[in-house]
Design a protein around this ligand. Structure first.
Ligand code: FAD
Ligand code: MEZ
Length: 568
């Protein structure tokens, strides 16, 4: 047999997997996945049978109930979804290689036109496109406002980039900050955001971001989130990045909380469902969306309003390089769906865009692990050293500056260096240890030897850095926050290099998340939120501001879309 379907076919007939011979009845493959688990057990049960010590493919940071068919495709070669970021050597039956080709949204125009001509079989109040944090927050908010919502996600797994977010969610004047006696002001968050964005941000959007940030933390907390650990991110004047107790990754947690809320509110969520066109009437008002279901093909949904929450395009290097040629060939920290389809769909429907030329590299990506190493490691005290064992930059400067400084070092990479006290301060680090990307030395000399670095130079660097911490002043690079001396063995180092991380530009919106048209007028019924939009972050986003952005503007977009649907 060539694939799982042939293999199962030898044991039974098509009804081993399908409810009828015609194949799948929905794009979530609800029936088919239930058949997998009825024979093989749940993901958790399968994980329990795996060897200890391996990175389990059945236990991960992915959210929701991950479908077996995300990897084990029936009629094609199976692929390891994790390989879209990492590179694991899993032994999987009938395995193929992870490969993706970007298919433009308007590639199949004739078939699309035919599906539109057939008309819609269903009608809803609000369609949300994308199941990342912005889309899920919009769906929950729209459901709370009484709207009927269909949420469409093109990937087989939900959560977009949101599920990968690590370091935290920025918010000012929060209860958690007050408890930790951190003095912060919304105005300082506004000032930091504008400065980090080189002052080209839309100031009205930045005000909405900062002024609603603590409300958004409260909103998530009321849904069950734990955002009580507060740390520092690059470019921030104070500690305002909120994450779960102990320093666990913020994104998988927030995405899971929003997912659970959306599911509990009976949102109609459809995976493997790519929106390829937004339909408007002759006056330019939104009337529907055209969907390509991976299994069910093209179909039309009539809707009063649409929320575009399709994220950015950092994983699409051709598109990135078009806007910033210096990033050609760079790896990306993003999930495989961050290709920019939503931008194409919005532009084809007349949306205006802004700031597309600003693409951000994250300074600390591990090329070995295929994973971004969170800024929170530096925020909690790690330093950056080059191959000569020397520091070369203020480690918590903004990302554009830190990335440029790393690229200027020999080998165009550097080492993120920390001690056991930093490890203990941030549970996210355990994930990097689990992925085998961390070098460890019982002494600094041992670590230097492992890294082929001059030990005396590394020792001198640490001694002078620890002296700066003691004196409360970094006399070398003016690092503003010096959380702890690095004196507790063992010592650790991760090789890091910049990778494309965030696309600041996108669809132009106003403070109500309404999309502005190329003609200068808002497009009736079209809303957008999250990384698909431009204007909030200016030329350079501050770490921690995206999760804040997607929750605040996601909620606004959902509420406004529901209100619009009720009134129209
Ligand atoms: P996403 O979460 O990317 O969701 C968009 C969804 O839309 C995707 O699932 C995508 O598949 C889907 N989609 C796209 N096109 C279509 C289509 N045509 N039809 C249907 N579906 C479609 N920010 C912070 O503030 N703090 C952090 O700690 C942090 N850490 C990060 C770590 C990593 C590794 C990465 C990659 C990013 C991090 N960010 C962080 C940035 C932040 O996670 C993202 O900017 C944010 O989550 C984007 O949310 P979103 O909902 O706009 O988009
Ligand atoms: O906002 C981000 O992208 C972020 C904080 C990432 C990280 O380093 O954790």
């Amino acid at each position: 047999p060539e694939n799982l379907a042939d293999f199962h076919g030898e044991m039974g007939s098509c009804d081993t997997c399908h409810v009828n011979k015609k194949g799948p009845t929905d794009d979530n493959l609800t029936y088919e996945n239930a058949q997998c688990t009825s024979c093989h057990g749940t993901l958790k049960e399968v994980a329990e049978t795996e060897r200890e010590g391996i990175v389990s493919p059945h236990q991960s940071h992915l959210i929701g109930d991950i479908s077996c068919t995300s990897c084990h495709s029936g009629h094609e070669k199976s692929v390891t979804y994790c390989d879209s970021c990492h590179s694991f050597d899993y032994q999987m039956p009938f395995a193929g290689k992870w490969e993706r080709e970007f298919v433009p949204v308007n590639a199949d125009k004739d078939a699309q036109d035919q599906a539109i001509a057939k008309g819609a079989k269903e009608t809803t109040d609000v369609v949300v496109i994308g199941s990342g944090g912005a889309g899920l927050a919009a769906a929950v908010a729209a459901r709370n406002s009484g709207a009927k919502v269909i949420l469409l996600e093109k990937e087989p797994v939900p959560g977009g980039n949101t599920k990968l977010a690590a370091g935290g969610m920025n918010a000012a004047e929060t209860k958690a900050q007050a408890k930790l006696k951190i003095e912060d002001k919304k105005q300082i968050m506004i000032d930091d955001t504008m400065k980090g964005g080189r002052n080209i941000n839309d100031p009205e959007l930045v005000k909405v971001l900062a002024n609603n940030s603590s409300d958004s933390v409260d909103w998530l907390t009321a849904l069950g989130a734990d955002l009580t650990d507060v740390g520092r991110m690059g470019g921030a004047s104070v500690n305002r990045s909120h994450r779960p107790t102990g320093g666990a990754g913020v994104g998988a947690h927030v995405a899971q909380v929003l997912w659970d809320a959306a599911v509990s509110k009976d949102t109609d969520i459809r995976l493997n469902s790519r929106v390829v066109r937004i339909i408007e009437d002759a006056s330019g008002k939104v009337t529907g969306v055209l969907v390509k279901g991976t299994y069910t093909g093209y179909y039309l949904i009539n809707t009063d309003a649409v929320v575009i929450a399709t994220g950015g395009f950092a994983k699409n290097n051709d598109r990135v390089a078009k806007y910033d040629p210096s990033l050609k060939g760079f790896k990306a920290t993003n999930h495989p769906g961050a290709t920019g389809d939503g931008l194409d769909v919005a532009e084809l429907a007349g949306a205006a865009t802004k700031d597309l030329e600003y693409v951000q590299a994250h300074p600390t990506y591990s090329p070995v692990g295929g994973v971004m190493v969170t800024e929170a490691v530096r925020g909690n005290g790690a330093i950056l050293v080059n191959r000569e064992g020397k520091r070369f930059v203020n480690e918590i400067t903004t990302r554009d500056k830190a990335s440029a400084a790393i690229l200027a070092q020999k080998g165009e990479s550097a080492y993120l260096l920390f001690d056991d006290s930093v490890r203990k301060s941030l549970s996210k680090i355990e994930g990097y240890i689990h992925l085998h990307i961390v070098n460890e030395g019982k002494t600094l000399d041992e670590l230097a030897k492992k890294l082929s670095m001059p030990a005396p130079e590394l020792t001198k660097t640490l001694a002078s850095y620890n002296e700066f911490v003691k004196n409360g002043k970094d006399a070398q690079f003016e690092r503003p926050d010096l959380p702890r001396q690095l004196t507790t063995a063992p010592y650790y180092a991760i090789e890091v290099a910049p990778a494309v991380h965030h696309t600041m530009g996108g669809v132009a919106i106003d403070t109500k998340a309404e999309v502005k048209g190329k003609n200068g007028k808002n497009i009736p019924g079209m809303f957008a939120a999250g990384e698909i939009t431009g204007g909030v972050h200016g030329a350079n986003r501050l770490g921690g501001n995206a999760i804040s952005d997607i929750v605040t503007f996601g909620r606004i977009a959902g509420e406004q879309a529901a209100k619009y649907a009720k009134e129209n």
